[in-house]
Design a protein around this ligand. Structure first.
Ligand SMILES: CC(C)(COP(=O)(O)OP(=O)(O)OC[C@H]1O[C@@H](n2cnc3c(N)ncnc32)[C@H](O)[C@@H]1OP(=O)(O)O)[C@@H](O)C(=O)NCCC(=O)NCCS
Length: 188
């Protein structure tokens, strides 16, 4: 069964380093607001369960949050329970100039997978973060191509030397060839 939009509230949190148009606004019958920090304990548990047995993703998001490196993150909540989460961080060139965003990680509670929550949080969040800068993702092309991500072998990622799983939504014309860097927290 696929998600019925009006049944769910999608909640947005933006890091303090960024200017947000509004902390609270209503879009298509969903409420978007800044969450309290208490939601992160649920988000860490969600990441641990979705990526089990890996604990890397929850530690990564905790470190990104603690170091104010999250550009945007989003979660879907149902009656106080976090069902899905996605995080966006800055992508850099070799000069450490900001060139876009990385989408990582994204996860849905295991018992809620396959019901459209992943699609919902990705499509809504990609719409919300705007159209100006490229967004990169490392993952399964069969899944991410649904959201407009394409392989572009001129964009090099040290985590994926073959380039088979590194994709981008360019949001403009062709991108200059370059090595795409991450926040240092990803190296840990
Ligand atoms: C990947 C994930 C976020 C997708 O969310 P979801 O709510 O389960 O996905 P949706 O219900 O929106 O979409 C389901 C479709 O995506 C496909 N799909 C789900 N996970 C996939 C994956 N890891 N790779 C490829 N396709 C995937 C399903 O086969 C299904 O295809 P169909 O529409 O043809 O039947 C979720 O399954 C998850 O949390 N997985 C564990 C963590 C993870 O692997 N995160 C991504 C790392 S790149």
């Amino acid at each position: 069964m696929h998600l019925q939009e009006e049944q769910y509230r999608i909640t947005i949190k933006c890091s303090r380093r960024l200017t947000v148009a509004a902390d609270f606004c209503v879009i298509h019958r969903r409420m978007m607001r800044k969450p309290g920090l208490d939601y992160y304990s649920q988000i860490f548990r969600l990441l641990d369960r979705a990526f089990a047995p890996s604990g890397y993703e929850s530690i990564l998001v905790k470190n990104l949050r603690d170091n104010l490196k999250i550009s945007f993150d989003f979660y879907i909540e149902e009656q106080g329970r976090v069902l899905a989460y996605v995080c966006y961080t800055t992508a850099y060139d070799t000069e450490r100039t900001k060139i876009g965003y990385h989408l990582a990680p994204v996860a849905v509670l295991p018992e809620k997978q396959g019901q459209g929550f992943g699609h919902k949080i990705l499509s809504e969040s990609l719409k919300t973060i705007g159209n100006s800068l490229p967004v990169y993702v490392l993952g399964d092309p069969n899944y991410y191509s649904r959201f407009g991500f394409k392989k572009d072998r001129t964009q090099k990622c040290s985590f994926a030397p073959s380039g088979d799983h590194f994709m981008v939504i360019s949001r403009g014309g062709p991108l200059p060839a370059r090595d795409v860097g991450y926040e240092e927290e990803f190296m840990g």
